[in-house]
Write a protein that binds this ligand. Structure first.
Ligand code: FE
Length: 358
């Protein structure tokens, strides 16, 4: 298949108009056209490290393949199925389901909680929030499907999480001080700066650390609700797009109509697309990936190349996915075709058309 006259956006090689030749699963040829007009934009498929569900489907119910399907319509070619703080037997039950699942865009599990701070639990059920124990970490070690863990590094026993192999560790739902964060050695913060100790001028906490420390990646729910436009701009200005990882934090109610819903034992009220708990806490992302990308572009004025980094390449890099997040000869053809307003026209996974807008 040849995608003719597309504006190829690669986070490293930049932007150019070309004919893109795809032979599943790879990009096998790129013929530069030397012109500036193009028919569509071709970006690396979006990679979302934080998905609890969408369109009424829940990760906690093990609906991986249906979630994959729906995410292709959003241009997502890689995602981490994200858990919520739960009893151990429930988590193990889910991890057992994952063991037998072979999806194309399913990259593994993001364990969000239960080892988080009760003070910063947000929508996580507090009764299941706990400190890490040796017994539980020994069980988790049996599941290489776990790729990312979000936890509060200031908690007693959090050092145990560093024993997990092949896992990216991330601070989140944390009350860490600047010093707690610095001494943890962590290089990533989940849905920055949500569910963290607020920045104070005498204790900047993990928010200050995330902004100040150059080598820390910040996951960002850029839905215009979790973080306002000015804050997004501030983060972009301080860190640059190369340290930002866009995420949706989509939950089963994301993409659904307004109303009262429930998932994983939590009641969620959706009003004007925004999901909240009955207490008024934000329960999850208000937008799907294309909207997150549009808002990030609007708030920051980021270049296409920067957008490709923040929406795909940076997440791949921190998860150790070497060939992903690029559009380059010899790499897997995970490509999202967009119009000039960033609406998804087509999604390719391993060179196969998984979604096409009619
Ligand atoms: Fe969260």
């Amino acid at each position: 298949m040849t995608l003719e006259r597309v504006l190829v956006v690669d986070p490293i090689d930049g932007e150019y108009v070309a004919d893109l030749e795809v032979d599943p699963p790879y990009v096998v040829g790129i013929k530069k056209r030397g012109i500036s007009s193009f028919l569509a934009i071709a970006m690396p498929g979006f990679v979302d490290p934080h998905v609890h569900g969408c369109f009424g489907l829940s990760v906690m119910d093990g609906e991986f393949s249906r979630i994959e399907e729906r995410l292709y319509s959003c241009g997502v070619t890689g995602f981490l199925a994200t858990t919520i703080s739960s009893p151990m037997d429930e988590l193990v039950g889910l991890l057992e389901k994952v063991k037998g699942y072979r999806g194309l865009s399913f990259l593994g599990i993001h364990l969000e909680g239960p080892y988080i701070s009760k003070e910063r639990a947000g929508a996580h059920p507090r009764e299941f929030v706990r400190k890490p124990s040796e017994e539980e970490i020994e069980i988790l070690k049996k599941y290489p499907e776990i790729k990312l863990v979000t936890f509060a590094p200031e908690q007693e026993g959090s050092h145990l999480l560093f024993d997990l192999r092949g896992v990216t560790l991330s601070a989140g739902h944390s009350n860490a001080t600047f010093s707690d964060f610095l001494h943890s050695g962590l290089k990533r913060i989940t849905h920055f700066p949500n569910a963290l100790r607020p920045l104070h001028h005498r204790e900047v906490g993990a928010v200050g650390a995330g902004l100040l420390l150059e080598d820390v990646n910040l996951e960002l729910i850029c839905d215009g609700v979790h973080v306002c436009g000015e804050m997004v701009k501030l983060i972009y200005k301080m860190k640059g797009a190369h340290r930002i990882v866009l995420a949706t934090d989509a939950i089963p109610t994301t993409g659904l109509k307004d109303g009262r819903h429930s998932f994983a034992g939590v009641t969620v009220l959706v009003e004007e697309g925004i999901s909240r708990t009955p207490e008024g806490n934000l329960a999850g992302g208000a937008c799907l990936f294309p909207e997150v990308l549009k808002k990030f572009e609007k708030f920051t004025g980021a270049t296409l190349r920067e957008l490709a980094a923040a929406s795909s390449y940076n997440a791949c890099r921190e998860l150790g996915l070497k060939d992903m997040g690029r559009i380059k000869e010899g790499t897997p053809a995970d490509v999202v075709i967009l119009d000039e307003d960033f609406n998804v026209k087509m999604t390719l996974k391993n060179g196969l058309i998984m979604y096409k807008k009619l």
